[in-house]
Design a protein around this ligand. Structure first.
Ligand SMILES: [Fe+2]
Length: 588
């Protein structure tokens, strides 16, 4: 089942997205009594402003300098009075950011305390409270560790597509709780969360309550170490801002990208000798997978929002929303990193995939290949971490692209997919990423729709070869035709092209769930080699139904080794770097 293409929506997804479900669903009891109480109050309407300001959904992100700054963020059921963080003898007031959900009108209060002046590589205790904190006598407290300075060893972890453990919500699943526990079990310095955080958009009557369950589930880890997110297609919500990102942007305070009006959507941060670049791929992908009203009814917001109904067949398609600003920022950022002899590695994080051969998922997208892979080639981006397809897949190092490698699956006509070109197809376990970029699909967090079925080409001339689907055009909603037979019901088509996935090195067909652990070894001498050891652990048996065996499964905390491999590259303090050709086409 593909949650994103629209062609494979489950019945309950259709109901949730159709608009016919909103008013009916809004009469149902929310999952939490406290949420119900919050949802019945207008913003700021607590008695005398003294409602429940108890901190919840507490999470950390890096400040602009991860060695010296963090941001503590949280929410509370009502407006908090004097929200603040205490670290030692310092009391840091929090900035308040609130909004009213554009579909059900529920008030959301969030708080953000920017903590500066910390020491690198140091562990701090902190407490979060407010004057109307129900736990004021024993406020929430935890510890975190700042980033090291200079070339230092550290560990980070990653997955995307997490959802919540509350199975009342569309695409939520119990694995989501075990995934958070898995992060804690590896004790990373920080975690990368690769988009599709909670699927609020698929629960349009209850978006804030879904975010609340997500935040409270994550708190077990994210209050102890930064979780750095990127927005995915399911962060795009009707009624919530120009790109639908209001729920996301209000809850997270992220490093500045210096782009007025577009802050929070993409950013970079540096840890030791690694630059992390976190991107908003909805800006460049062709595929249409944001919020969508399948019909036949309209999606009708609560009257208190003042928002008009969203007509059947409407999808929230934001390709090109930055007007090229994100790609210009990306090139400037990558170029500066490669001029900096103290930065060895560049790791990119985004939601959608340039290199996925999932058959039941979305596959690959030409938009990323056109817009960003030439920059990844030119500036030697080492590693790209994605989500979106709910599985694990690793590419060989790729550089440049093969021309004439794609085709229309219906007609066989050639389609230019700019197929990434593997620089080796020997799966040696050690890859020099100064020669090519490794892509990892890590959509294996916790959502309930595993997509761990991979394509195989059934027909000559390459029968048996691994096949990938590729979006090369927008798949805007259509009614009727082969996709939907119900009157007035819309659907979005699957990817429109296929190619032999010569770039695909390893796929996990045992389970759609796992966590990747990255250990950075900075090397010991100028001009020497540095490495990142990547270990993927997977949760065998967690697939609700394993597609290969048909075996029923259930959420599990049993994460075991799937594979390990090592990335190497020369340190930047021992060579002069020269820009690569940006558009190296390789004929096939
Ligand atoms: Fe997605």
């Amino acid at each position: 089942m593909s949650d994103d293409s629209g062609s494979g929506l489950s019945r309950r997804q259709v109901l949730a997205a159709s608009g016919t479900g909103l008013l009916a669903a809004s009469t149902q009891a929310p999952a939490h009594p406290a949420a119900r109480a919050a949802s019945t109050r207008a913003r700021g309407a607590g008695p005398g402003g003294s409602g429940d300001g108890t901190p919840e959904q507490i999470h950390l992100t890096w400040g602009d300098d991860p060695a010296r700054s963090v941001v503590v963020s949280w929410a509370s059921p009502d407006q908090a009075l004097r929200p603040r963080v205490r670290i030692g003898q310092r009391v840091i007031p929090a900035e308040e950011r609130g909004y009213s959900d554009g579909l059900n009108g529920q008030a959301v209060w969030t708080y953000h305390a920017r903590v500066h002046g910390l020491r690198p590589g140091a562990t701090y205790g902190y407490a979060v409270t407010a004057d109307n904190d129900g736990n004021a006598t024993d406020p929430f407290s935890a510890t975190f560790t700042t980033a090291p300075e200079g070339r230092a060893a550290f560990r980070f972890t990653s997955f995307g597509d997490l959802a919540t453990p509350n199975t009342s919500w569309v695409l939520s699943y119990g694995q989501s709780a075990y995934a958070v526990g898995a992060v804690e079990s590896f004790q990373p310095l920080f975690h990368l969360l690769n988009g599709d955080l909670c699927y609020g958009d698929l629960n349009p009557a209850a978006q804030p309550d879904v975010w609340r369950d997500f935040g409270n589930n994550n708190q077990a880890s994210a209050a102890c170490r930064p979780w750095m997110p990127v927005p995915g297609n399911h962060e795009i919500e009707f009624g919530n801002g120009p790109q639908g990102f209001t729920s996301y942007l209000t809850r997270y305070t992220l490093p500045s990208n210096g782009t007025p009006g577009l802050e929070g959507r993409w950013y970079s941060f540096r840890i030791g000798s690694v630059l992390f670049v976190s991107l908003s791929a909805d800006d460049v992908v062709y595929q249409d997978a944001g919020a969508f009203v399948a019909g036949p009814g309209a999606l009708t917001p609560a009257p208190s929002t003042g928002n008009p109904p969203v007509a059947a067949g409407t999808s929230f398609y934001v390709r090109g929303y930055s007007g090229g600003a994100q790609s210009r920022w990306l090139e400037t950022t990558l170029a500066a990193a490669r001029r900096d002899a103290s930065i060895d590695w560049i790791v990119a994080q985004m939601h959608q995939c340039a290199c996925s051969s999932s058959r039941t998922g979305n596959g690959s997208d030409l938009g990323i290949r056109e817009e960003w892979l030439p920059l990844f080639d030119r500036y030697e981006v080492d590693l790209v971490l994605c989500g979106h397809d709910h599985d694990y897949e690793r590419s060989f190092p790729v550089r440049g692209f093969d021309i004439g490698a794609g085709s229309d699956p219906a007609t066989g006509a050639p389609v230019d997919t700019r197929r990434p070109h593997p620089v080796t197809t020997v799966d040696s376990g050690v890859f020099d990423t100064s020669q090519g970029t490794v892509h990892l699909i890590l959509g294996c967090g916790g959502t309930d729709a595993n997509l761990d079925v991979f394509g195989a080409n059934a027909s000559a001339p390459s029968a048996g070869a691994l096949e990938a689907k590729v979006f090369t055009h927008p798949n805007r909603p259509v009614a009727g035709g082969p996709l939907t037979s119900a009157p007035g019901v819309y659907a979005r088509a699957d990817a429109d092209a296929v190619e032999d996935a010569t770039w695909s090195a390893r796929r996990d067909t045992a389970t759609g769930y796992g966590i990747a652990v990255f250990d950075v070894n900075p090397g010991s001498e100028a001009g020497g080699q540095t490495s990142i050891t990547v270990t993927h652990y997977h949760a065998v048996g967690a697939d609700p139904v394993n597609p290969a065996t048909g075996a029923p499964g259930a959420p599990t905390d049993d994460y075991t080794l799937f594979e390990t491999f090592t990335l190497v590259r020369p340190r930047s303090d021992g060579r002069r770097w020269h820009a690569k050709q940006s558009t190296a086409a390789i004929g096939t």
